[in-house]
Design a binder for this molecule. Structure first.
Ligand SMILES: [Fe+2]
Length: 379
């Protein structure tokens, strides 16, 4: 029921603040969850089919060049407005992730068994999901891109599938590892601006793990230290052998506006990788920050098939879950099931600002290897 007596408090605004007629905000601790209506879902599924008939593939140049126009014209208006606003909302109330619950319906029979790894993905079954994901990025507005650093590009849509061979080793490890979170591609200056994770299958019932810099509330003294460009991030575990750590650039973890900062952070690589190469001062700061940050990790939402999580990669990090792939817990007994399948898309709001690191013939392919350094001899 709506009443016209008092304006709705903003998301995150406290009741006390609303009562006093001023904006006193409590830091957001969880993503906004949008329940997609049955009607919206039908529209979206129809749009996916229509675009497939019209363009064939979501990477077709004609579709990509028309992505914003199509996004504004075709998407259900309520969802388009939410995402368009999300693209420019960096306020203290903005968590930096939105869950669209029940965005699509996934025909599990048509999807078939989960392939052994992403390499065997049958993309012909995923084309419509690619169009739908691309339109969501398009309406922000942002442009789907691919990164050479991940699967040598590998297309605009990546299937994220736990490797069948890894399932046993994860079973063997037994205990849950620490809840590590990262912003995507922390080791790049030009990491994605926005990410989407569309869940096709999550029979293991793995929770999504999110962490927002906004959950800390006001920037405290410890966080101010993170604005200093003194932190390293290895590009991967082989980093120490490939490059002298001392020569690699250092960056800030927090940047942008001091009161409402953006974040670039990878707990596993920057703190727990023994080859991270941090100075003692940098490591002390990172550990102090992590002690606070890990308390703020949100781990309550369990995505179901058809749910999509849309993330601002400058505000919100996501997690590396430890889970037993291909098994679900039924009353304490581990029962075999289909392994998880998720589709990731990444986007940048400006191709102009990343041109110094994109492929000469493909401005949607980012060739950055490590903090401004570009892959050589890749044609
Ligand atoms: Fe990631």
């Amino acid at each position: 029921m709506e009443n016209n007596l008092a304006p709705e408090p903003k998301i995150g605004a406290s009741r006390e603040g609303a009562r006093l007629g001023r904006s006193v905000s409590t830091p957001p601790r969880s993503p906004r969850i949008i329940d997609v209506t049955a009607e919206e879902r039908l529209e979206i599924i129809y749009i996916g089919k229509l675009l497939k008939a019209r363009y064939g593939d979501y990477s077709h140049p004609d579709f990509i060049s028309m992505i914003h126009l199509n996004a504004y014209k075709m998407l259900p208006e309520r969802l388009a407005k939410i995402l368009s606003n999300f693209g420019t909302d960096f306020s203290e109330e903005q968590y930096g992730a939105i869950v669209f619950r029940g965005l699509v319906e996934v025909d599990q029979d048509a999807l078939g068994v989960t392939p052994p790894s992403w390499k065997e993905t049958d993309f012909s079954k995923l084309v419509e999901y690619g169009f739908i994901s691309a339109l969501l990025h398009g309406v922000v507005p942002s442009k789907p891109v691919e990164y050479f650093a991940q699967r040598k590009g590998g297309g605009l849509l990546h299937a994220i599938i736990p490797d069948e061979k890894m399932a046993l080793s994860q079973t063997g490890s037994g205990s849950k590892t620490d809840l590590y979170v990262h912003t995507e591609d922390t080791f790049l200056y030009n990491a994605a601006d926005f990410l989407s994770f569309l869940y096709l299958r999550n029979e293991e019932q793995v929770p999504s793990m999110l962490y927002s810099i906004r959950s800390h509330g006001k920037t405290n003294e410890m966080m101010k230290e993170l604005f200093k460009p003194m932190y390293k991030c290895p590009k991967d575990a082989n980093y120490a052998t490939e490059e002298a750590i001392g020569d690699s650039p250092s960056t800030a973890v927090l940047y942008g506006d001091e009161a409402t900062p953006f974040i670039r952070f990878d707990a596993a690589e920057q703190i727990f990788n023994k080859d991270a190469g941090q100075s003692p001062e940098a490591m002390d700061n990172l550990k102090e920050f992590w002690a606070e940050a890990k308390q703020l990790i949100y781990n309550d939402f369990i995505p179901q098939a058809g749910d999509l999580i849309f993330v601002n990669n400058h505000l919100c990090a996501h997690g590396r879950n430890a889970f037993v792939a291909g098994f679900r817990n039924e009353n304490g007994i581990m029962v075999k099931c289909q392994r998880r399948q998720m589709l990731r898309m990444m986007s940048k709001t400006s191709l102009i600002h990343i041109r110094s690191v994109t492929h000469p013939e493909n401005p949607y392919l980012i060739m950055e290897e490590h903090y401004g350094q570009v892959y050589k001899n890749q044609g």
